[in-house]
Design a protein around this ligand. Structure first.
Ligand code: FEO
Length: 160
């Protein structure tokens, strides 16, 4: 059974969203590199790679299901933030948004009665729980240690 047109279109939107996320985190990596916070930059580069892996996972599956995969222009991403903590607050907000997108995609797969796609998307549902959790933990550290703890946070994130 091939993808329905609705699912094919929705997958293209999600592929674009994952690629945009990858660019967002790469932009954040550059922000940290310029600030001399190499650990935070390293964490963001890894995050950017992960988002591109998500895009590839969706692309591979959509092609396998006969979807009309199209790679289109990626909109510009932000390039500046008020400070390191604000960057991670943005990451958390963005990951919550991505979780919503995944939920909507799964709801569509349910509405279209595509069980294989539902099964495929549960991996992303679980992944989002981890993504939100890991950023929440980083934000907790910022809240506990404050600005003076930035050096410790930077060192720790460099180990990712
Ligand atoms: Fe692919 Fe961080 O969501």
């Amino acid at each position: 059974m091939k993808f329905t047109t609705k699912l094919s279109t929705a997958f293209n939107a999600q592929i674009k969203a994952e690629m945009w996320s990858s660019n967002l985190y790469l932009s954040m990596a550059v922000y940290f590199m310029k600030a001399g916070l190499d650990g935070c930059a390293h964490w963001m580069k890894k995050q950017a790679e992960e988002e591109m892996e998500h895009a590839h996972k969706l692309i591979d599956y959509a092609v396998m299901r006969g979807g009309n995969v199209e790679i289109t222009n990626i909109d510009a991403v932000p390039v500046n933030w008020k400070g390191p903590k604000e960057v991670f607050e943005h990451v958390y907000k963005h990951e919550c948004h991505v979780s919503e997108l995944i939920d909507n995609l799964l709801n569509l797969a349910i509405a279209e009665d595509d069980k294989a796609t539902q099964d495929f998307l549960w991996w992303f549902v679980r992944e989002q729980v981890e993504e939100e959790d890991s950023v929440e933990k980083i934000l907790s550290k910022f809240n506990i240690y404050g600005v003076h703890g930035l050096f410790c946070v930077d060192q720790e994130l460099g180990k990712r």
